[in-house]
Design a protein around this ligand. Structure first.
Ligand code: PLP
Length: 409
């Protein structure tokens, strides 16, 4: 089939997909480390890693081997039976998080659904008949009905919610990064929990002030509210710690994970500590696929490789380097409002919407993302290497400079 034939073939089949995504006109055939190749054989530096998923990059030999070995042995049995790999993964996650137990699902939204259900159980246990959860402006927690309701009300998020009413009730919104705004609800006897991202991802790589999570921990302790951290995007080494809250030396009561956990194989997890451990019992929550042998084998390979290769320290160091380089190279560009982030979760905020930069970067062989319309978001794989960071910074800084000068076509 010639090139035109291939195009018509793809166009016909694409039209059979419900158009829920604004897809870019490119498809990838294979990858290696931080590189991806498209159907025409063109190479791209992947500074997005499937939106924070491919923490070990593409085609990592240890994930590949784990999946191959496990698939030749056993894919799935269901949670009607013991799953030793799930037990091993649960124990390892609890060790890294210093938490007590885990429930496994298949995605970030599912992990947060579990958290929301835990908050309600916690509320009812405390005699609250209509328990509420404090959530943040600019938050993103997923696309199921409850997580959509927890997702906050910026323009894009309002669009995500539009037409799906009635949304589940029970959420109270406050400004992100302002512990006093949470404390202001201390008189409200209906509140059972606070749900927050340690750094907002979809909201535009928004980093709260230092001490924010510690203050929330104190408020939750005083009020007997559950502190529930959505670490779906920030977790699994992304910010230069196993989990972003560890930068503040606190432990949440509930933590949701997904994205990087399986390195590309779908898996989500909801971890609990302390009194939150006893909220779910047999029959109160469940999932057919959650924590199946294949997904757990992949996640174990991810966690063990991160540890064996010291990728947390690596991502922390590299993140600082990239931030410094951008700050230096863009210091004289007036349209750059801020370069921020933690580890390899980085944002460059401009003073105007810049989604066009995604296309311009891709045309130059670089994959990036723009969140909240004016924040360039970088979530490269943790295995990124210094020569690749140079390429990333040089290419992107030149594009930003050109864009801010009004020269971008
Ligand atoms: N929570 C956060 C912080 C996220 O960034 C996302 C996805 O971007 C989700 C939840 C939803 O995860 P999923 O798409 O796996 O359901």
């Amino acid at each position: 089939m010639g090139h035109d034939g291939a195009f018509i073939f793809h166009a016909m089949h694409e039209s059979k997909l419900i158009p829920t995504y604004n897809r870019q006109p490119v498809a990838f055939t294979h990858g290696e480390g931080a590189w991806l190749w498209d159907e025409q054989g063109r190479r791209y530096l992947d500074a997005l890693a499937g939106i924070a998923v491919c923490v070990l990059g593409h085609n990592h030999p240890r994930i590949t081997a784990a999946i191959q070995e496990q698939s030749a042995r056993l894919l799935h049995t269901s949670n009607l039976y013991r799953i030793p790999l799930q037990e091993e993964l649960g124990a390892l996650l609890c060790k890294h998080a210093q938490m007590d137990a885990v429930f496994f699902g298949n995605s970030g939204a599912e992990a947060n659904e579990a958290a929301i259900k835990l908050a309600r159980l916690h509320g009812h246990r405390r005699g609250i008949s209509n328990p509420k959860i404090i959530v943040m402006d600019g938050a993103f927690h997923g696309r199921t009905l409850a997580t959509l309701a927890a997702t906050a009300n910026t323009k894009a998020q309002a669009q995500a919610q539009a037409g799906f009413e009635p949304l589940p009730e029970g959420f109270i919104r406050v400004p992100f990064g302002d512990a006093q705004a949470v404390h202001a609800h201390a008189h409200n006897a209906d509140i059972a929990a606070v749900l927050v991202e340690p750094i907002q991802g979809e909201g535009g790589v928004r980093v709260p002030p230092a001490g924010y999570l510690r203050e929330l921990r104190e408020i939750c302790d005083q009020q007997q509210w559950l502190l529930m951290l959505d670490e779906v995007q920030t977790g699994v080494g992304r910010t230069g710690a196993w989990f972003a809250h560890q930068h503040e030396h606190i432990t949440p009561d509930v933590m949701s994970l997904a994205k990087g956990l399986g390195g590309g194989v779908p898996i989500g997890a909801c971890l609990v500590a302390g009194s939150a451990r006893d909220l779910f019992g047999a029959g109160s929550h469940g999932s057919t696929f959650g924590g199946n042998p294949l997904a757990c084998a992949a996640a174990l390979a991810v966690l063990n490789t991160i540890k064996d290769n010291s990728l947390i320290a690596h991502s922390s160091k590299l993140g600082e380097l990239i931030k410094d380089q951008f700050r230096t190279q863009l210091s004289d560009v007036a349209g750059v409002t801020e370069v921020r982030g933690c580890g390899l979760m980085l944002g460059i905020e401009l003073d105007q919407p810049c989604p066009v930069l995604v296309d311009r970067a891709r045309e130059q062989g670089l994959l990036i993302n723009v969140a909240a319309s004016n924040v360039i978001r970088l979530l490269p794989p943790l295995i990124l290497e210094p020569p690749q960071t140079d390429l990333l910074v040089t290419t992107l800084a030149a594009l930003i400079r050109e864009f801010c000068a009004g020269d971008t076509p």
